[in-house]
Each structure stands twice: as C-alpha cells, then as structure tokens.
Ligand binder design. Structure first.
Ligand code: FES
Length: 127
C-alpha cells in the first residue's frame, strides 16, 4: 500500500512555477503547478546538464530548463525531440488542496540518484 507523504499545499506552489522539496538524501525534488492547477513532481535536475528545473518556466505540461531552454515533459520527465534524455518523475497525489508524494518512491529514486551521477560523470569524461 502506498504511503503518501505530505509535501506542501497546492497554493504554496506558484502558478506556472515550482517549489523545491529537500530530501534527506540530499537530492531535491521539484513540484510544478500548471495554469490548470495540475501538479507534477520531477527530480530537480535537467537530463541535459543538470540545470535546476525548479527555476524554469512552466508552459502547458512542460517546463523550460533555465540553462539551455530544453522543454522537459512534466508527465514523464523527458526532453522534447530533438533533444533526448529523461529525469526521474515522481507520483503525485493531490487531496483537499494538499500535495503528497509516494514515500517509498522517494527512497527508491534516491538510490537511483547515484546512477544519475555516474551518467553525468561519464558524459563529462566523454566530452
Ligand atoms: S541543463 Fe537543462 S537544457 Fe541544458
């Protein structure tokens, strides 16, 4: 059974913006709010070069990375073609104006974060 962890209220997230949620493991999750008050959560790290997606602008159901303007899908964390790559996404539940994330998923993706760091290191070595 899913254990939903309360994160913040929908109203705490700026419309067409984001709010970062610090995790115990040190990586951040960003929660995004669309114009229609839909809420999504992604790791706050662009799949391109790690830009802080929480500082990008939300348009439709995408966020524009503030570093090089890649459009990242909020529903899947993936870059819009011709760019490619995905950042981890998190399940979100909104109930009574409160935003919840899956506690177990946060733990799992925190473990996977070491893989992301390894990939970033490989990209730097290959560049
Ligand atoms: S780091 Fe996000 S587009 Fe380059």
């Amino acid at each position: 059974m899913t254990q939903w962890k309360p994160i913040c209220r929908v109203d705490d997230i700026p419309v067409l913006g984001a709010r970062r949620v610090a995790r115990a493991q040190g990586a951040d999750v960003a929660v995004f709010r669309t114009a229609q008050d839909k809420v999504f959560a992604l790791l706050d790290r662009c799949p391109h070069k790690g830009g802080p997606l929480s500082q990008g602008l939300v348009f439709g159901e995408h966020v524009a990375c503030p570093l090089h303007n890649w459009a990242i899908g909020l529903h899947d964390g993936c870059a819009q073609a011709p760019d490619h790559g995905c950042t981890p996404r998190f399940s979100v539940r909104v109930e009574g104006g409160e935003v919840y994330l899956d506690a177990e998923e946060l733990q799992t993706i925190a473990v996977d974060d070491s893989e992301l760091q390894a990939q970033a290191l490989l990209r730097r070595v290959a560049a």
